[in-house]
Design a protein around this ligand. Structure first.
Ligand code: CMP
Length: 139
């Protein structure tokens, strides 16, 4: 059964360009409710840990450097069928392939600087949410 929760980050490129509000607006308009949220910055070590699954990929170093380069917004979101619906809302990883109406179509500039992260499975949504938030930070 599909779960009700997903995890997202608004990435350093989108925070830098002052797009937090516009992106949250699109999430809310699509029916996602905020369970947890914080503005924070990952150290390179923490970014490396978060993206450890990609450690063998050629872009890992670039990804870790970029994701620790400035503040991000981390959040747990709730909606029926959250993971799948959120991935539709954010659009393709490469903004050149993102459909009209998606967050990445509107706000992403490249494969790396692609504005937002969204969990790719219920299991990873739980792992990623636990990476940033304690039980006291969920509402
Ligand atoms: P995200 O959804 O956060 O998960 C892994 C990230 O790796 C992905 O978004 C992209 O930002 C990044 N990524 C994937 N492929 C590439 C690539 N070829 N070059 C740079 N970054 C990439």
């Amino acid at each position: 059964m599909a779960g009700k929760y997903t995890f997202t980050m608004i990435k350093p490129d989108a925070v830098e360009k002052n797009n937090i509000g516009g992106i949250l607006e699109m999430m809310n308009a699509a029916g996602f409710r905020v369970v947890s949220m914080k503005l924070t910055q990952l150290s390179a070590a923490k970014a490396g840990e978060f993206y450890a699954v990609h450690s063998e990929r050629p872009f890992y170093g670039e990804l870790v450097e970029f994701m620790s380069s400035g503040p991000i917004v981390a959040a747990i979101l709730e909606k029926e069928n959250a993971v799948e619906d959120f991935r539709k809302l954010i659009g393709a990883t490469n903004p050149a392939n993102a459909e009209e109406g998606t967050i990445r179509k509107k706000y992403a500039e490249s494969m790396g600087k692609n504005a937002v992260h969204g969990s790719d499975s219920d299991e990873n949504a739980m792992i990623e949410g636990n990476f940033f938030f304690s039980g006291l930070e969920r509402f």
